[in-house]
Write a protein that binds this ligand. Structure first.
Ligand code: NDP
Ligand code: GDR
Length: 373
């Protein structure tokens, strides 16, 4: 039997890398689109790279960009995918306020370009389409918890662009009978999470601080509440959504939420550090209240390790997100397997081992050759 063929945009990102692994395990031929960059950007998929000169490689990378229609059309024509996973995006909410037009071009128009290319090539009855939609669509929330029927109120250029993408997917499904669906995914993280998203920023900085590589972690709104799951659980769900008889849209979430502040607490606890938060607003700080074990040898009780920096506040904030994944559970039988505590522990452990290695190199005079990222 010939294997199914999948095309993943954003394959070099967090989700793209986990999804590529999953599909390869399932026997797919996997094609991914990577952007041209002046330095290597394939770190997350390097471990699954296959030499094209091998007799039957299953993993292929193509240079491309969601802003380039002819490039996308050419790749789709060559690959003839059974399934397209559109994960590529300018995915940082805060950055979207800095680069709103680019964000719209990639996240909104990029989705339209792919759908149009599928139609133009006559693939609309063959190719199933998954769109990486987001809980950011709910923004200023109208209902708690949020489900598929909750009205949208996007609060950033990113969310507004993703809202266009959401509706164009629904529209192409209704207009042309395409198998196209939206996964409305709530925040999901992992050791592969980009370093500037808040969870990874926290686990990485606290690990560095514990080893004496950094002094203090600066954060914005610590009151924000998020429903955090693990990327591995969520990419499994992306695949499941394309294996149904009928295309539909699903909320993917854990149904539990914690604050950014509590994620800081949780991460510190994994390092054996108990934190005490004092002060309010811009004057809030977190001090070391106690230390157990030897994973935080660079710290002493009373050290201030977290401060607030107004630079990290957003022009409009999404204060609270909590998803109701009942529909996904009932129809697809999906269940998240990894808790936020387990995920946080995995992330801290990963960043701690990097920090220890970095500290060792630094202690032995190799620090100039190590990038602190
Ligand atoms: P990442 O930021 O880790 O990955 C984004 C990917 O998109 C990277 O491979 C990036 O390439 C690529 N990309 C960026 N711009 C372009 C472009 N112009 N053309 C082609 N590719 C581009 O995101 P995640 O893996 O976390 O998220 C995957 C998708 O899911 C995104 O669309 C995101 O918006 C959405 N989402 C994510 C959630 C989350 O919590 N993680 C929740 C809900 C939705 P490069 O590596 O070169 O930068
Ligand atoms: P989010 O994720 O905006 O929800 O988008 P992020 O981790 O960036 O922020 C979560 C919350 O933490 C607050 N915050 C900070 N955020 C960052 N990045 N840096 C800080 O220093 C900081 N301090 C506090 C934020 O204000 C926010 O409330 C993610 C992305 O993956 C999107 O692509 C995806 O669509 C949504 O999740 C669901």
């Amino acid at each position: 039997m010939t294997s199914k063929v999948a095309l993943i945009t954003g394959v070099t990102g967090q989700d793209g890398s986990y999804l590529a692994e999953l599909l390869l395990e399932k026997g797919y031929e996997v094609h991914g689109i990577k952007r041209r960059a002046s330095s290597f950007n394939t770190e997350r998929v390097d471990h699954i790279y296959q030499d094209r000169h091998e007799t039957s490689p299953k993993f292929f990378l193509h240079y491309g960009d969601l802003t380039d229609t002819s490039n996308l059309t050419r790749i789709l024509k060559e690959v003839q995918p059974d399934e397209v996973y559109n994960l590529g995006a300018q995915s940082h909410v805060a950055v979207s306020f800095e680069a709103p037009e680019y964000t719209a071009d990639v996240d909104a128009m990029g989705t339209l370009r792919l759908l149009e290319a599928i139609r133009f090539l006559g693939l609309e009855k063959k190719t199933k389409f998954y769109q990486a939609s987001t809980s950011e669509l709910y923004g200023e929330v109208q209902e708690i918890p949020q489900k598929e029927t909750t009205p949208f109120h996007p609060r950033s250029p990113y969310a507004v662009a993703k809202m266009y993408a959401y509706w164009i997917v629904v529209n192409y499904r209704e207009s042309y009978g395409m198998y196209a669906c939206n996964g409305i995914l709530f925040n999901h993280e992992s050791p592969r999470r980009g370093e500037t998203f808040v969870t990874r920023k926290i686990t990485r900085a606290l690990a560095n601080i514990s080893q004496g590589l950094e002094k203090c972690l600066y954060l914005g709104n610590m009151d924000a509440l998020r429903d955090w799951g693990h990327a591995k659980d969520y990419v499994r769900m992306q695949w499941m959504m394309l294996q149904q008889e009928v295309a539909d849209d699903f909320v993917i979430a854990t149904g539990k939420q914690i604050s950014v502040r509590d994620f800081v607490r949780l991460s510190a606890k994994e390092l054996g550090i108990e934190l005490e938060f004092t002060g309010t607003g811009l004057d809030e700080v977190a001090k070391v209240a106690s230390i157990t074990g030897d994973n935080a040898h660079a710290l002493k009780v009373g050290d201030v390790v977290v401060r607030v920096d107004p630079r990290y506040f957003r022009p409009a904030e999404v204060e609270t997100l909590l998803g109701d994944p009942s529909k996904a559970k009932a129809i697809l039988g999906w269940q998240p397997e990894i808790t936020v505590e387990q995920m946080c522990a995995e992330m801290v452990l990963n960043d701690l081992s990097k920090a220890k290695q970095h500290a060792l190199l630094k202690a032995n005079g190799y620090h100039n050759s190590v990038s602190v990222e």
